[in-house]
Design a protein around this ligand. Structure first.
Ligand code: NAD
Length: 472
């Protein structure tokens, strides 16, 4: 994959450039290394028009036919994964091996989602009448994705929406447009024109899309603040909406854990992808009996882990993905310093213009400090002590967010009891970050609503249609 090539949008099955381009920055150096088209309003109109036209025939294809297209997309992605991983690292920052895992995971997702079929409910099958409820596609989907998992989070929308019979216009984040544009290029040779249009653009494009009357549904993944704007914009045309938003996930560590066994898992549950994960552990509540032991183990891992350019051998954690996020995380770190919180810093970061921040553990800060209350979305992890389980459940739930959480204990019954009391869409026990195509994922409270993945996720792209047939 040539980094210097012209990246193109996919509109109506064709490669499309734009009058303007946007710079794409390598976060490991802070330098511009490529450019992506900056979609105009007219080009957005063309994309929507093409998806509307394609919907007429795409929805008439059988599930098996559409599934076959999805599987081809998955296979094509598998083939380019090693090459695409290098591009991924340049634009996103994550080390190459982990980047490839995301791309291969996306390919697998296409295959797994392709196997799903919506249910048909027969309410009555008598001499008088036959009554069934089936599910039908919604129309044209507006899909908007963030920069932290640019490939997977796009596929979480593409695969179910297309399987269900919808067509789509998808926009990646302006910070990570290249792999998504590349997917458009590959899939345009597989899918009929207009079924999947992929456009890239700056800060105007998202609001233009959510306000566009040609969409029937918006599937949005991003921050809670943006999610609120998206909802406001969707109200005008009463567009259906799925919102996958931010989180401030708590993990609760009970005193019976084997610290040597859990420390590494807890560390990467918090810091994988340089902690830029919606479901990363962002508040770590540890029972006072094991607090120091876990803190010292996490600190030792933080000291040993190599932070650097993801293209370099041995790098485990890359930079923060973009300057805006870097500034946000630095602001939180400076606030912690200004308030004299105790910070435990991990290994050195590279010099130069990259957006690097050292892995930082905040040692038992006050519950009301900003680093506890706000979603960091960067490598600063507050560790907090507790001694009473009921109290810690209240503290874990005392947040506007409700995305995920984790409980660590050898007593899985007790952990289950705690899990049921957490106000979140996902709870892990003795593991974290594990998500599956057949299991719904979504937030409670200000982490959004609706689901991705699982049957619930597929049905987000469909509407029930009841059919009553008179007999006799
Ligand atoms: P963001 O909200 O800044 O941007 C997300 C996307 O929305 C981007 O493509 C952006 O260009 C677009 N956008 C920005 N303003 C818009 C507007 N007014 N109207 C329409 N679109 C607009 O989020 P981000 O910084 O890219 O991503 C980080 C956030 O996403 C974090 O809060 C994280 O927790 C959340 N996230 C949630 C999930 C989930 O599944 N729940 C997954 C990943 C990330």
């Amino acid at each position: 994959m040539n980094m210097n090539e012209d990246f193109t949008m996919t509109i109506d099955g064709k490669a499309v450039t734009a009058a303007q381009t946007m710079d794409v920055v390598n976060p490991a150096t802070g330098e511009v290394f490529s450019a992506a088209p900056d979609c105009s309003k007219e080009q957005l109109d063309e994309a929507v028009k093409s998806s509307r036209a394609a919907f007429k025939s795409w929805k008439k294809k059988s599930f098996d036919e559409r599934a076959a297209f999805l599987k081809q997309c998955g296979d094509a992605l598998t083939k380019v994964a090693p090459e695409m991983a290098r591009l991924f690292t340049r634009e996103q920052g994550r080390p190459v091996e982990a980047a490839e895992q995301e791309i291969l995971g996306g390919a697998q997702w296409f295959h797994a989602i392709a196997e799903m079929r919506p249910p048909v409910h027969v309410a009555e099958d008598s001499e008088q009448q036959f009554v069934e409820t089936q599910y039908v596609p919604l129309g044209v989907v507006c899909a908007i994705a963030p920069w932290n998992f640019p490939v997977n989070l796009a596929i979480w929308k593409i695969a179910p929406a297309l399987l269900a019979g919808n067509t789509m216009v998808l926009k990646p984040s302006p910070f990570t447009p290249l792999c998504t544009l590349k997917m458009g290029e590959i899939f345009r040779d597989i899918l009929p024109p207009g079924v999947l249009n992929i456009i890239s653009g700056g800060d105007n494009l998202g609001p233009w899309m959510t306000a566009h009357p040609g969409f029937d549904k918006i599937s949005f993944t991003g921050s809670t603040a943006t999610g609120k704007s998206v909802m406001e914009s969707a109200a005008k045309d009463l567009k259906a909406l799925t919102l996958e938003l931010g989180g401030n996930d708590a993990a609760i560590v009970l005193p019976d854990v084997d610290l040597d066994d859990v420390a590494q898992k807890i560390f990467f549950g918090a810091f994988f992808n340089t902690a830029q994960i919606c479901v990363a552990t962002k508040r770590l509540y540890v029972h006072q009996d094991v607090y120091e032991g876990l803190r010292d183990r996490l600190a030792a891992i933080a000291k040993a882990v190599k932070v650097g350019d993801g293209t370099e051998q041995g790098t485990v954690l890359g930079p923060i993905q973009n300057k805006r996020q870097y500034d946000r995380v630095m602001d939180l770190l400076n606030d912690a310093k200004d308030n004299n919180l105790t910070l435990i810093e991990g290994s050195d970061i590279p010099d130069g213009g990259g957006y690097f921040i050292p892995v930082t553990i905040v040692d038992n800060p006050p519950e009301d400090s900003r680093v506890v209350q706000e979603e960091a979305f960067g490598p600063i992890l507050p560790m907090l002590k507790f001694d009473d389980v009921n109290d810690v459940i209240d503290r874990a739930n005392d947040t506007e967010y409700g995305l995920a959480g984790a409980v660590w204990s050898k007593d899985t019954d007790k952990a289950m009891e705690i899990a049921r009391q957490l106000e979140t869409g996902t709870v892990w026990i003795n593991q974290n970050l594990n998500l599956r195509p057949d299991t719904p994922f979504g937030g409670h409270k200000n982490s959004g609503f609706g689901s991705e993945n699982g049957m619930e996720g597929l049905l987000e792209f469909m509407a029930p249609q009841a059919v009553y047939v008179a007999r006799g």
